[in-house]
Design a protein around this ligand. Sequence first.
Ligand SMILES: Cc1ncc(COP(=O)(O)O)c(C=O)c1O
Length: 382
Amino acid sequence: MKSPEYDLDAVRSQIPILRTHIPMNSCSQAPQCSATRAAADTYLTSWNEAGMDWDAWVGEVDAARAEFAAFVGAQANDVAIATSVSQATASIATGLDFTGERCGVVASGGEFPTVGHVWLAQERFGAEVSWVPVRDGMIHLDDYALAITEKTLVVSACRGYYQTGFKQDIGAIAEMAHERGALLYVDAYQTMGSEEFDAPSSGADFVASGNLKFLMGIPGIAFLWVRPGMADQLHPSITGWFGRENPYAFDTQRLDWGDGARRLDTGTPPVVEAYIARAGMAWMRELGMAAIADWDAHLGLHTIQGALARGLEVMGPTEGLHTPTTAIACADSHAIEAALRERGIIASARGPAIRLAPHFYNTIDDVDQALDALADVMRAAQ
Ligand SMILES: Cc1ncc(COP(=O)(O)O)c(C=O)c1O
């Protein structure tokens, strides 16, 4: 029987909630682990004992920036700190110029609503937004080929579709976008931490991710990688003192721009979130992202196959590129989520589906138990 390359029991001992629950909700919120708990405590102790230690706290934000950069095979200077993917997307969107002939935004229908909303908000400034449809829970390359034209300024494609777990071929989309002179923005929130992702070789020009899903963190911090050399072309109207060449120049009447992607930083950064984000990512990198990706893929496939074997209706593709998340169609997903929680299983309801998203700390037995319980509660709900 397959097992992960790391010591799964040792990993599980670092995640207290596994003693009482089966968390299968990494597509929404990862569980707390010893490393993230300790990181939060470090900040709280510093705040309590030093009262204020801004240099150390801002240093920790830079350490989190560097950790994310290492996570995506990039340099720290090419990573901006945001507080959400919405804000990261808006930094890019407001930094682009939609007043010329090339004003098109081609967004996939699989974008998380927040990303679509940011692009739509640019219509006031000349953007013309068009959509690549979702068909059968997937987004097809042929449809991108039809939608991207010489007028397209930017293509917006999530790596993983939050609803069904379908994963897009970023390299292929990038090729199409670049052939027609367009940029590619990738929201990798539903995959970051579940696969090896090398931003510089991905083909994307911008890659954003928050921290609370497969990255083991919490809300309030997000990261934005910008292809080297691209940042200088962006003049975002979402900005703040940390986006300046020297945040401590305190020159209210001068708008200069920080080096590299730092120009996309905004106000006072998310400090406690940075402590936690860094710790979660560092632990995962220590375990090895190749090993985590391998185990996640195995768990994901087992979830799909197990759902089908139990007669559950899987939404979206059952083979091919896929995140660890499996979506099972159900009439009242929130009631199902609540019924599962009563049995100690944490799943994630999203619209017409209940999603099971195992991650590197889960066992095959976790998946089987979750699927058995799901089949049970769905039968009871009929
Ligand atoms: C793919 C994806 N993008 C973005 C978001 C939300 O981003 P934020 O709340 O950080 O703006 C989610 C959240 O669930 C998501 O799944």
